[in-house]
Design a protein around this ligand. Sequence first.
Ligand SMILES: [Fe+2]
Ligand SMILES: [Fe+2]
Length: 168
Amino acid sequence: MIKIGYGAWVREFEAERERRAALGDPDWGRGARLPAEIVRSIQKFQVGEDGDGSALCGKADRAGDPAYSEAVRLFIAEEQNHARMLKLLLEAGGAGTLGGHWSDAAFVRVRRLLGLRVELLVLMLAEVVALGYYRALRDGAADPLAREVAGRILADEERHVPFHCLRL
Ligand SMILES: [Fe+2]
Ligand SMILES: [Fe+2]
């Protein structure tokens, strides 16, 4: 197999982490006015974003490319940041999370049996659905905090799709 340069992806993810730190968090203190149906959709996506990613890490490590392993860990950190921001957005709107996350569901026991390639295909599907959702939330939500969070997450998801495509 041709080794593709994941070093560039590691640098890209690291640069993004620095941009994120420099920018700081959205102003949660301003609160959010979220209609009930928006709250329910955010709660569902919050569960989807959450998880420790250990199954994916293990598979990435077995692929035997340290730069890819590193890039996957940085990718997982971005997804965990999405879960964190959605939780804080829900709190700003006076709502809670659904609790539990995909990494302890029966679904995950099935996913552990999959190879890296199929795992990435499942993940890609989720990423494409997420792109549509966050774009709709960014452009359609009435609440400014919800629009800001959706815009930030969308910018990350737009990089995730080509990252998985490169591996596939
Ligand atoms: Fe995400
Ligand atoms: Fe993503």
